[in-house]
Design a protein around this ligand. Structure first.
Ligand code: 13P
Ligand code: SF4
Length: 326
């Protein structure tokens, strides 16, 4: 856990590469200082997804990462309180994996178009239509949907999870494009569900061709929630952590990330030597987190995430099955 003295300059040092001083002082410093203090008082940690804005990601988060890393870290947290700066399914996953902790989400309305695309009843109907076929469920789902599943996956481990099952067919829900992209990599037949990420479905192959034409030599990394024809135009598809690992290991000169806006902002701040081309698609759900809401969340200890025990036990089994594999 990061320990920052409550001095404006010490705190600003965390974000100086990402947020101009004038903007920090005018808009963020008060809330950030209060959050640092509240984290101590409440014995809290902040887990932030890679799509959180730079003042959250660099300024107050204790742990940052993709969905898989946040799940792993949530399991390991020994503080009393976890604040999940991200979307609701991520907070639910943290609660599933560390049920003894208080898990707070700064804005309970922070949803996800994928999580909202499918219900537990839909999964039961799919299983009835395809008896015996294992259900692999993306973590971008509610606990109730996870509870109907055999194993979860993230975009970072989907290939490994599918291959570990050793079967020819799986039901892979709810992201149709992720399922198609993973099917292309594994050769496993997938029964899909018509759920889409409202952010990544907006990218087109023409977008990528336009980026390449305007930026010779650019490396293009796409998130596998993009349609297959978009992934086909990219150099590589991977989770947000896999994008970061690519930059750290391969140090591309020019880079375009076909994903949510803050990912480019956060990586650009960490790797100023990379010329970042920024095709931008913003997730309105991720953007519901703000420093002011995180502060309020810690002040009032709201909104606490709870999961019905009967659902939680079954949902936890599918997340545990995933973590055991990766
Ligand atoms: P990652 O697991 O790659 O961070 O993706 C999460 C997400 O919501 C992508 O839209
Ligand atoms: Fe959901 Fe897409 Fe937003 Fe990720 S970017 S939280 S998948 S809507």
């Amino acid at each position: 856990m990061t320990d920052i003295a409550i001095r404006p300059d010490a705190l600003y040092d965390r974000v100086r590469h990402a947020v101009p001083r004038v903007e920090w002082d005018a808009s963020f410093a008060d809330d950030a200082e209060a959050i640092v203090q509240l984290k101590r008082e409440r014995n809290a940690v902040i887990l932030a997804h890679n799509y959180q804005t730079p003042e959250i990601f660099h300024g107050v988060a204790d742990v940052v990462g993709d969905s898989l890393a946040l799940a792993r870290e949530a399991q390991a947290v020994d503080a009393d309180v976890i604040v999940l700066a991200g979307v609701h399914f991520m907070a639910e996953t943290a609660k599933l994996l560390n049920p003894g902790k208080t898990v707070l989400i700064p804005d309970p309305e922070a949803g996800c178009s994928l999580a909202e695309s499918i219900t537990a009843a839909d999964v039961r109907a799919l299983k009835a239509a395809h008896p015996g076929v294992p259900v692999v469920t993306y973590v971008n789902t509610s606990a109730a949907v996870k509870a109907e599943s055999d194993v979860c996956c993230t975009s970072g481990n989907a290939v490994k999870v599918i291959e570990s099952l050793g079967v020819e067919r799986v039901i892979m829900i709810p992201d149709e494009y992720l399922a198609q992209n993973i099917a292309a990599q594994t050769g496993v037949e997938v029964i899909t569900w018509p759920g889409h990420c409202e952010v990544h479905e907006r990218f087109t192959p023409a977008d990528i061709r336009g980026i390449r034409d305007a930026n010779p030599g650019v490396v293009v990394l796409a998130h596998p929630e993009c349609p297959p024809e978009v992934v086909a135009e990219a150099d590589l598809a991977g989770s947000t952590a896999q994008m970061q690992a690519y930059v750290e290991q391969r140090a591309p000169r020019r880079l375009a990330l076909i994903t949510e806006c803050s990912m480019s902002d956060n990586l650009a701040a960490l790797h100023p030597q990379v010329e970042m081309i920024r095709p931008c698609a913003m997730c309105p759900h991720m953007k519901r987190s703000t420093l002011a809401k995180i502060r309020h969340s810690l002040e009032t200890m709201t909104t606490e995430v709870t999961i019905e025990p009967a659902v939680a036990d079954r949902a936890r089994a599918s997340v545990d099955a995933m973590l055991a594999l990766s």
